[in-house]
Design a protein around this ligand. Structure first.
Ligand code: NAD
Length: 361
C-alpha cells in the first residue's frame, strides 16, 4: 500500500522524536511492503520564526491531502503569552484540530509490563495491568460554549461558561467508543454527571440508545467523581472510557500518570473524513531540547496508532508495540524512566534499538 504522511516536526524535542518515529515507520514499510511518502508541514513556533505566523496559510489543505498527520510537539518560552495570537504555537494546534474536524481524542493509558515498578499505584494494583483507552469529546462542551462576564449590583462581577452538547455531537463520539471497544475487550464505560447536569442526562440517554445497537459490547454508566477514584483504585477494570471534553481533559491526565511516564504515551485525534492526527501527549520539553535526552517512545507508539486507526493495519501496529516492549524488557531506558543503575540511552539510540528489534522479528 501507499501512504502519504504529513510530518509536523514542531519545536523543542519535536524534531528529535519525529526523526526516530520516521525511522521506525520506514522499517515497517520495508518489512510489510508499503510505500511511504512524507510531506513536511511547518506549524508552531518554528513557523512563526520562518513566516511570521504559527499556522501558515494552506496548512490544513496540505494535511488534508495526506492519509495521516504525525506531530512531534510545539511551543516554547520564545513564543510565550506576550506574543500576538497568530504567532503563538497553541493557536496553531487548536486551528489544525478544528480545521481537520477532529472531534474524538483517543488516549491509551497502558502500563507496559516491563515498567510495572514505575507506576505510582500500589504494586498489587499495578501488577494486574492497565490497558485502557480514554475517548474524549474534543470540540464541544464548556471549552467551546458561550462565555460571559458582567457586573451585578449586589454580588460584584459574575461569570458564566456555557456547557452545551447536541445529540449529534454525543452520538458520533459515542459510536467511535463502541467501535473501538469491538477491537479491544468489548466494554464501554461512559462517564458523566447525570445526577446533576442536563448535558450529562442527554449524554447518558444517547449512550443507552447506542448500547442497544452494540449488544456484543458490555456497557456501564460511571459518575465522573467515582471514575476519578476508580482510575486510582482499580484501573484494570476499564477498557474503553468515553466522556465529554472537560471530564476527559482531567481524567486522561490522571489515567496517564498512573502508568508512570509522560515519555511513553501516544495519542490520536480523529474525525470522520479528514486525516487523523497522531502525537505524543507530552509537550516540546524545551529543558532537554537538542540534547539527545528525549524519550522518542511516545511518538513511535503514536505511529503505531496511525497504522492501527488510520491505515487499518493492526499487524504493523502490533509489530511496533512489541518491539517497544522487547526493548524495555531488555532493560533499556531513556533518562526520564531510568532508575539508578539501569541501562540509560539517548533519543537516537532508543530509536535504533526499537528499529533493530522490529527488523529482527
Ligand atoms: P512538557 O511535556 O514539554 O514537559 C514536562 C516535563 O516532562 C519536562 O521536564 C520535560 O523535560 C519532560 N518530558 C516531556 N516529554 C519528554 C520526553 N519525550 N522525554 C523525556 N522527558 C520528557 O510540558 P511543559 O514543560 O508544560 O511544556 C513545554 C512546552 O510544550 C510549552 O510551550 C507547552 O505549551 C508545550 N506543549 C505542547 C503540547 C503539544 O504540542 N501538543 C502539549 C503540551 C505542552
Amino acid at each position: 500500500m501507499k501512504y502519504k504522511i504529513a510530518l509536523i516536526r514542531g519545536d523543542g524535542i519535536g524534531p528529535e522524536v519525529v526523526n526516530e518515529a520516521v525511522g521506525v515507520i520506514d522499517v515497517v514499510a520495508e518489512k510489510f511492503g508499503h510505500q511511504i511518502e512524507y510531506v513536511d508541514v511547518l506549524l508552531g513556533g518554528c513557523a512563526t520564526d520562518a513566516v511570521g505566523k504559527s499556522y501558515p496559510d494552506g496548512t490544513a489543505e496540505m494535511c488534508k491531502a495526506c492519509d495521516a498527520v504525525l506531530l512531534g510537539a510545539v511551543g516554547g518560552p520564545k513564543w510565550g503569552p506576550d506574543k500576538p495570537a497568530e504567532q503563538r504555537p497553541e493557536t496553531a494546534l487548536l486551528a489544525i484540530r478544528k480545521d481537520l474536524g477532529l472531534y474524538a481524542n483517543l488516549r491509551p493509558a497502558t502500563l507496559r509490563p516491563a515498567l510495572a515498578d514505575s507506576s505510582p499505584l500500589r504494586r498489587e494494583t499495578a501488577e494486574k495491568g492497565i490497558d485502557l483507552m480514554m475517548v474524549r469529546e474534543l470540540t464541544g462542551g464548556v471549552y467551546f460554549g458561550k462565555r460571559d462576564r458582567y457586573q451585578t449590583e449586589d454580588r460584584g462581577t459574575e461569570c458564566t461558561d456555557l456547557m452545551a452538547y447536541s445529540e449529534k455531537e454525543i452520538e458520533r463520539v459515542g459510536r467511535r467508543a463502541f467501535e473501538l471497544a469491538r477491537l479491544r475487550r468489548k466494554k464501554v464505560s461512559s462517564v458523566d454527571k447525570a445526577n446533576v447536569l442536563e448535558t450529562s442526562r442527554l449524554w447518558r440517554s444517547v449512550m443507552h440508545r447506542l448500547a442497544e445497537e452494540y449488544p456484543d459490547v458490555a456497557y456501564e454508566d460511571v459518575l465522573v467523581d467515582n471514575c476519578a477514584m476508580q482510575i486510582v483504585r482499580d484501573p484494570g477494570q476499564f477498557d474503553v472510557l468515553v466522556t465529554e471534553n472537560m471530564f476527559g481533559d482531567i481524567l486522561s491526565d490522571e489515567a496517564s500518570m498512573v502508568t508512570g511516564s509522560i515519555g511513553l504515551l501516544p495519542s490520536a485525534s480523529i474525525g470522520d473524513s479528514a486525516p487523523g492526527l497522531y502525537e505524543p501527549i507530552h509537550g516540546s520539553a524545551p529543558d532537554i531540547a537538542g540534547q539527545d535526552k528525549a524519550n522518542p517512545t511516545a511518538t513511535i507508539l503514536s505511529a503505531a496508532m496511525m497504522f492501527r486507526y488510520s491505515f487499518q493495519r493492526p499487524e504493523e501496529a502490533d509489530a511496533i508495540e512489541l518491539a517497544v516492549d522487547a526493548v524495555l524488557a531488555e532493560g533499556w531506558r531513556t533518562a526520564d524512566i531510568a532508575k539508578p543503575g539501569e541501562k540509560t540511552v539517548g533519543t537516537r539510540e532508543m530509536g535504533r534499538l526499537i528499529r533493530e528489534k522490529l527488523a529482527a522479528r
